[in-house]
Design a protein around this ligand. Structure first.
Ligand SMILES: [Mg+2]
Length: 240
């Protein structure tokens, strides 16, 4: 079906109003919130999540699955992300996270920037920009810097997986990134590639744009705006 084009969501963003916010430090700047994996950089395709999953199983044995949204991730990737939900609040969480992180870190040298992201660097510098990711913060910072996305330049804030913060699709990371940037979630737009990003953004009260557009199907395609590429998404958001 015909999806919403850039004009339709551009004008919707223009209609955003500033919600009251407890920090008392609200600006009228529109903040950009970005997923990392397969939105800015493809690390996932090079991460051996099957090996990570085997290491996690050796560490903790079996566990009960938790209810999370469907994605196009393979079974091992999905299990590695789900185990972080299943063990949230458990003393073993940090050890599980570190076990998976070893495999994620090992993939950094093979990882690729996603299409058109190279052309977006100036657009990222031009306004408040946060990355909210299921990767640990240190791995996220290193993979971003590896591709020339500098913390404090292109990216202002990185919110990674954290034992004290429920991971996406929960809204905690989106809310935390907005708090650090000093903007209300209602004045922020998240760009991401998965239903987990969309659910986290919408639950926080932020706007969401799915990139690439064909990654969003069925019910989710009806609920969110999409853009074919990151560059087109940022143009639509008015990032010069
Ligand atoms: Mg992603």
């Amino acid at each position: 079906m015909a999806s919403k084009d850039s004009r339709s969501w551009g004008s919707r963003l223009g209609a955003c109003t500033i919600a009251s916010w407890h920090s008392g430090d609200v600006t009228d700047t529109h903040a950009l919130l970005l997923d990392l994996d397969r939105t800015l950089v493809d690390l996932q395709s090079y991460t051996n999540y099957a090996a990570a999953l085997a290491d996690v199983q050796e560490l903790v044995g079996e566990w009960s699955d938790v209810d999370v949204p469907t994605t196009d991730w393979d079974r091992a990737t999905m299990s590695c992300m789900s185990v972080l939900h299943a063990f949230f609040g458990d003393a073993r969480w940090s050890q599980i996270s570190a076990t998976i992180a070893r495999h994620e870190r090992a993939a950094i040298p093979q990882s690729d920037l996603m299409p058109t992201v190279q052309e977006c660097f100036v657009r990222l510098v031009s306004g408040p920009t946060a990355v909210i990711t299921l990767l640990p913060g240190d791995v996220a910072r290193d993979v971003l810097e590896f591709h020339g996305l500098r913390i404090g330049q292109e990216i202002d804030v990185v919110v990674g997986r954290d034992p004290a913060m429920r991971p996406k699709p929960e809204p905690d990371g989106v809310i935390e990134a907005c708090r650090i940037l000093g903007v209300a979630p209602g004045s922020a737009t998240m760009v991401g590639d998965s239903t987990w990003d969309a659910q986290a953004a919408l639950a926080a009260g932020a706007t969401f744009v799915g990139v690439p557009a064909d990654g969003f199907e069925g019910d989710m395609r009806e609920r969110v705006a999409t853009a074919p590429t990151m560059d087109q998404a940022l143009q639509g958001l008015g990032r010069e």
